[in-house]
Design a protein around this ligand. Sequence first.
Ligand SMILES: Cc1cc2nc3c(=O)[nH]c(=O)nc-3n(C[C@H](O)[C@H](O)[C@H](O)COP(=O)(O)O)c2cc1C
Length: 396
Amino acid sequence: MLKDKNILLGVTGGIAAYKSPALVSALRKEGANVKVVMTPSACEFITPLTMQTMSNNPVHVETFNQLSNMDVEHISLAKWADIIVVAPATANTIAKFANGICDNLLTTVLMASRSKIIFAPAMNTYMLKSDANIKNMETLKERGVKILATASDILACNDIGEGKMLEPLEILEEIDEALTQKDLSGKRFLITAGPTVESIDPVRYISNHSSGKMGYALAKMAKYRGAEVTLISGPTNIKPPKTDKFVSVTSTQDMFEAVKNNFSDCDVLIKAAAPADFRPKVRAEEKIKKDKDAPNSIELEGNIDIAKYFGEIKDKQIMVGFAAESIDEIKYGMAKLKKKNLDMIVVNNIKAQGAGFKSDTNIASIIDREGNIDYLKKMDKKDLANIILNRVKNLF
Ligand SMILES: Cc1cc2nc3c(=O)[nH]c(=O)nc-3n(C[C@H](O)[C@H](O)[C@H](O)COP(=O)(O)O)c2cc1C
């Protein structure tokens, strides 16, 4: 959660500085307070005025300014920050910080800081892979600085390879993760997400409208909070979050096998997927031709009920289910909770505005084993994920 967090952004003299204003904008949209320190070289690439406008705060460049108040600037900035993020981080600034050199305001603030520090390197591939830079990055990692990966692409210098700075939203996620309290560490979560797909023939299938957003939000937040996360996902159109293990599946039977392979090791199973309840009894080996052999109907058979199966054999595991209904969601949710031996169920009416499959928000109610119902207001799926995880934590 970045809201009200104090983020000090250090900008150094690399071409990727053109992305720094977008990072500030994204952080402020999340409710963070942002102050910016630029190296003199950074000012050759973008102007302090841009960063001042984006951050809505004065930008700091000079070490030896006349004091505008009686604070010593490098100390007060270091104390203000919950986290310092250097993006882009040049080879030069990485080398200076690794060796304790404080010859500009940013390197001096870094030395004076006791907060978390993230570096987002950006440089030519050969610079990145040079012995000196690798050693400097290792030194910083050993001291607890988080050094982000770089992407591989055609670089500004036309070389192809690693060294491209991560995109602003990817950096934002790293900051969010670094600032999240690790209250689920030591716990193993198995989370299912998305729809499953049942083939009719090699071209056609039956499925449902599940987007995977709720399951992905749960996996992301559980990981942020320090849990070891395995995410099992049916086909989706969204990027999976960073987890310890990601298993991609297609059919409900595949999803069942994947859960079975990972179930005994987990402390919590959250079934946020919408596995198809039915599959065609016969899957045509070749495409069914519409003129010749088009069927009037497709005979279906039931798929295995994954939640029920694991509810019956569960031992120490906490099991959370989901129910997406179009009417009487509380009544159906309560019945599902009992029938599948769940510890908790999250129900929502997919017809309500701002709830359901493709939406970024949800309007859910949580029912526990005792039948207590918590009616929640409309909220972001990420916030709902945190509420569900808090409830799970209380059951440990
Ligand atoms: C056009 C141009 C692009 C540069 N891009 C990078 C870069 O992406 N990464 C890097 O480490 N250095 C880059 N440099 C070199 C740095 O600007 C130089 O090492 C400078 O001393 C860095 O100062 P600073 O770390 O104090 O900001 C570039 C230089 C120029 C002229």
